[in-house]
Design a protein around this ligand. Sequence first.
Ligand SMILES: Cc1cc2nc3c(=O)[nH]c(=O)nc-3n(C[C@H](O)[C@H](O)[C@H](O)COP(=O)(O)OP(=O)(O)OC[C@H]3O[C@@H](n4cnc5c(N)ncnc54)[C@H](O)[C@@H]3O)c2cc1C
Length: 454
Amino acid sequence: MSPSVVVVGAGPAGVRATAAIAGKGVPVTLIDEGARVGGQIYRQPPPGAERPPKDLYGSEAAKAVAVHGCLKEFKGLIDYRPSTLVWNVFKGQLDLKSAGGEEKVPFDRLLIATGAFDRVIPFPGWTLPGVFTLGAAQIALKAQGVAIGRKVVLVGAGPLLPLVASQYLKAGAEVAAVIDVTPFSAKVAGFWQMMSKPDVVLRGLGYLYEIRKHRVPVFYGARNLAVDGSQNVESFSWTSSGGKSHRVDCDAVGASFGLRSETQLADLAGCEFEFDHLLRQWLPIAREGGRTTQETVYVAGDCAGIGGADVAELQGDLVANSILEDLGVSVDKERLTVVEKRLRQYSRFRAGMERAYPFPHHLLDDLPEDLMLCRCEGIKLGHLMEVDAKTSPHDVNRQKAFSRVGLGRCQGRVCGMAAAEILSKFNGSSIESAGRLRGQPPVKPITFTGSSAT
Ligand SMILES: Cc1cc2nc3c(=O)[nH]c(=O)nc-3n(C[C@H](O)[C@H](O)[C@H](O)COP(=O)(O)OP(=O)(O)OC[C@H]3O[C@@H](n4cnc5c(N)ncnc54)[C@H](O)[C@@H]3O)c2cc1C
């Protein structure tokens, strides 16, 4: 009988891995909560709302088409489960939830390729209707062909900011301002390291050119961010690095501050984690070829550390070969050496990117006490500080138990990293010592139906 190989995530990493495994004649189950393959970067609109790849993916159109099409020739070997959430991993089995109901899927080998999502830092007004993450703003455009508002302000730290701005402008949306919270000098500092991938730098400069062409004002080093409005977004205000106050009218805001890896399934699978100082987050330990500390569990792509789509594709291929090798299937070692070499070229680029978009610590200095920090539980910053003062928690799990921050529907996916930053600031200790919120099933809210509810 064939071993049960399961891949979670149909982004560039999961799709390339699935193709490599099926390409060796090994059956594989591919599960994704999205309706179509592609993941975040190569997200496809729903059937019937398709647009030409060039309009959707710009310079990356050929790569998107290749990822979308690469599973077709292995159809008979792939059990593809779209629109299916994996909400738990327990004792060698996955818990699945789809419109068809609940199911358990056992695995002999599990590849987790669950990607990443936006890192949120709360600021006044962030919970008003009309405020989205940059990723959500992009999803609205890619999947549905709509902008988040008629006059949009985009704010954040990270390459998604100029990318989303240029995509909105190309699509004909009005962008009132692009506000980067990191200083311009940081881009200069990271430039030479990023030049290890000149094609990617050129692509980034293209986004900036698009913004300039549309005469959209760009600001760097912003602080004291605030969305103003009583019921909905009415304007956005901030202070420039020189201390000057700004305000611009708008009816929607896209804001996020880099990406964070989606690591919950790896946590539930029992993988050990380590702190990554460059990416400022806890990641599953991935040894040679994406092998984790659990013998049957592997990680690839952004869930193993933010690397971008090209890295995700290469890692998917590499890790699939680790799985095949561990199952006793012969692999082409020479080709893998080339893949490894290509991956090494990206690590210098990644370091440059993190230098260009450093973590915006200064935003945490600006937060007022009445700021809503955990919107699921309705906890304000002042309350958290009071609880921290009374209970002196040493890590975020303890802080969660005392304050309820991170205990709600999002399970800390939205507020967790900000809560850890605030705790480390409060304790005057490193962010690493604040630890990470332990993963809890279900990893995302699910509905209970029929007999499951009894
Ligand atoms: C919102 C967003 C937009 C982005 N846009 C761009 C862009 O335009 N250009 C760019 O260069 N980079 C972009 N990035 C970064 C880029 O997406 C990644 O570097 C790249 O897609 C990583 O590929 P991946 O295969 O690791 O993960 P992803 O492409 O993120 O794919 C992960 C897949 O896993 C699925 N998944 C996650 N958890 C579960 C679960 N529990 N159960 C079932 N399925 C699950 C998701 O539905 C997703 O399809 C974006 C990132 C985000 C978060």
